[in-house]
Design a protein around this ligand. Structure first.
Ligand code: NCD
Ligand code: ZN
Length: 345
């Protein structure tokens, strides 16, 4: 197959940052995605409806003219989120989820939840209103090895939460382990997981063999190959509980290439092309559209997109660097070759 047309996909996990970064980050996604679920981990975090609505306007203002792109907003759950905020959020029609960051788990998560007991009334209201909870599924206990943090979270936090509140819609975000795949498969009801392109394409060797490669450092951290193979199987299986979320997480070059580089890989400029390559290599191109364009919209009870994008098999080289506030940004895989390209680029 030399060309591939599919319903314009949606990215159900995206960081676009704010202000002067927006023209760059929004354009990188709007070039090929119809909608994206925008993560609320700004500084300060997007905790209230009004913050999210103002942020949405800033994103729309930064959108390239002519691009039909819709940001879908989320709120950042804290120990202090009032129960009433759930009703305000749902009634606005503009908030599609709340994001749970265990405090200290990742970039800009200091305001996150310290213990689930503190947010149970909010979660109970979300279950009643069927507002999805998006979970960064890693424990932050310093005694737990960073490579085990997702699996331990599933056992210690997520499984008990499911027991306690089975009606709460949940998306386990950017899953990285076989245990996460198995957990999702065992569930009944409104539970799903997003999969990034980079966790499907790379394992931890990409980050650590031959030198430390900071652009591959993201959270949850890349795992062993056996886990990646489980993720690939889930993504290409046609199971609607696994759908696309890039977790494209831009940080300026200087913040990544540092003695203490921050977590996050900037994949938006290459993400759809990467997913196409991954599905192609698995002989599963026919299943890309469900994963990228149907299953996420169905989970969020949104209409599927009605437009199409076309990819062509035409090798191209990922730019070495891209413009970004504060200097430059390095897209993941800078200088490498990808096999699929957007037809209209
Ligand atoms: C994200 C970021 O930079 O905002 N970083 C990352 O490594 N994925 C936060 C997150 O989603 O964990
Ligand atoms: Zn993220």
């Amino acid at each position: 197959m030399q060309t591939l047309s599919l319903t314009t996909p949606d990215d159900f996990h995206l960081h676009v940052r704010d202000h002067e970064a927006l023209p760059y980050t929004v354009a990188a996604t709007a070039r090929c995605f119809a909608r994206a679920l925008i993560m609320p981990n700004l500084m300060p975090p997007v905790t209230r409806l009004e913050h999210a609505l103002a942020y949405r306007e800033r994103i729309l203002s930064a959108c390239p003219s002519g691009a039909a792109f819709t940001p879908l907003m989320s709120l950042y759950l804290t120990d202090h989120t009032p129960v009433e905020e759930i009703d305000r959020a749902v009634d606005s029609g503009q908030i599609h989820a709340l994001k749970l960051y265990p405090s200290g788990a990742t970039t800009h998560s200091d305001a996150g939840v310290t213990h689930l007991d503190r947010v149970m009334p909010v979660l109970e209201r979300m279950a009643i209103r069927q507002l999805p909870l998006l979970i960064h599924g890693e424990v932050t206990d310093p005694d737990v090895d960073i490579f085990d943090r997702e699996a331990v979270f599933i056992d210690k936090v997520l499984a008990p939460l499911r027991q306690r509140l089975p009606e709460l819609p949940i998306v386990l975000e950017h899953i990285t382990t076989r245990q996460a795949v198995e957990f999702i498969r065992e569930q009944t009801g409104r539970v799903a997981a997003t999969l990034t392109a980079h966790h499907l394409q790379f394992d931890r060797n990409a980050m650590l063999v031959g030198g430390v490669r900071p652009h591959y450092y993201c959270l949850p951290v890349l795992k062993r190959k056996e886990h990646r193979l489980a993720l690939l199987q889930a993504a290409t299986s046609g199971d609607p509980r696994f759908f696309l979320g890039t977790d494209s997480a831009p940080h300026a070059q200087s913040a990544k290439e540092s003695a203490c580089g921050c977590a996050g890989s900037y994949t938006a400029p290459t993400a759809l092309e990467r997913y196409a390559q991954i599905f192609d290599e698995q002989g599963a191109l026919a299943r890309l559209e469900g994963f990228a364009s149907h299953f996420g919209a169905d989970f969020y009870r949104l209409p599927r997109s009605t437009t199409q994008v076309t990819l062509v098999r035409s090798p191209w080289t990922v730019p070495a660097s891209l413009p970004y506030p504060g200097g430059a940004i390095i897209p993941l895989g800078a200088g490498s070759t990808l096999t699929w390209k957007l037809a209209h680029d």
